[in-house]
Design a protein around this ligand. Sequence first.
Ligand code: PLP
Length: 451
Amino acid sequence: MNNKRKELFIQHAISINTRNLNSKLAQKNITMSEKSTLFESSESRNPPSGGRGAVGASIIQDNLDHTLFSWSRQKGITPIAVKYGEGVYLYDYDGKRYLDFSSGLMNVNIGHGDQRVTEAVVKQMQEISYVTPGCVTKVRGDLGKKLAEICPGDLNRAFFTLCGASSIENAIKLARMSTGRHKILSRYQSYHGSTYGAMTVSGDPRKLSSDAQQAPNFVHFDLPYAYRYPHGESNLLKDSIDQLERIIDYEGPANIAAILLEGESGTSGCLKYPKDYLKGVREICNRHGILLVMDEVMSGFGRTGQWFGFQNHGIVPDMIAMAKGLTCGYLPFGCLMVSDKICSRYDDTMLALGLTYSAHPVSCAAALEILKIYEEDNLFGNALLMGKYIDEQVDMLKQKHPSIGDFRNTGLLGCIELVKNRITREPMAPFNAGPGEMAIMNKVATMIRDL
Ligand code: PLP
């Protein structure tokens, strides 16, 4: 687990396909006395082995000796050696079962091991695995058409990328090129990826260790959230919009290419937008000719019970950055969906974007199959149903555990905010906590893993 970030949140984002989850979860009348088995990650109550039988141990050792781990001190890491996955569960080499309560990195929305995706991928590979982006394939056209159907407004053209960060990088470039303006505004307490531009546009403390490498012309603004806003919820919307307008005035609206926001906040703590905030941002963008880019990398594809998180807020952006749930981690992939209005500028001008693996046919095949699975299996309906269930369960947990300060959830994208004291709302660990301040949260994390 990342040992640098603030960990005052326990984020949940289980696969939105919960069909093979411990059958008790499916029963609506479960009581909290049964809680200990509710999210149990193992059939046994033994401490997790991590797959440390002879095979598991040598796999772990090779990985520790010869690979690097993201966002971590490299010493003292205790990874689980995963042999296979099925639905919401992962299995190690000792046959121990783990509930994947964050569905990978909030990306395996359909659950692990769905053979329909394997078959679609194999079929595509038997035909053709790769063509240059200048050639076309049936799957590329089919996927573009399907995404255009799914996206609202005139968001009809897909530029296929490799992951979330590369969708964001291309959104930044396209916003700048198509407006002729240079500044990009985004929110503190947001995450948009770890490549050069994506890292800079993020407002996440993980970027501070590479502070000197940040790109120019990115401006961040603060956005208060209800639980930590001292002036009452009725003032929150006005204050938030006023703050943004002030920053736009200071920076010069004619210099601002785009405002980039997550459709629903994810890794920064699922910090909810004040009601009607995104409508206000849309109006500001329209007034100043600023593009609105929604980052749906985490909140897209059913996590919040809709195709996209912004659909909970009644707006239509100019671009949508996608990844994660588009292929659910079965293959790396991403997409930047772009409005006809922006694209029309490139009818007679070169579109200066490109990637060797843009529109990779095998990734397109996986994505097409996964979009079909979302609809056929009614997974978005399931996300809403299970989200409601989790809301009820956390309400009950709250009565038992005074350390639960706030719970913010939409569908199956949510988190519990832990506090030392409910009255003062002092966080369990401070923002951007150092290792010494993380002891308690590390303990919580270990306990959850050992359940
Ligand atoms: N945007 C958001 C909202 C994310 O949560 C992430 C990753 O967690 C990214 C972008 C970056 O995606 P990737 O890690 O695929 O580059």
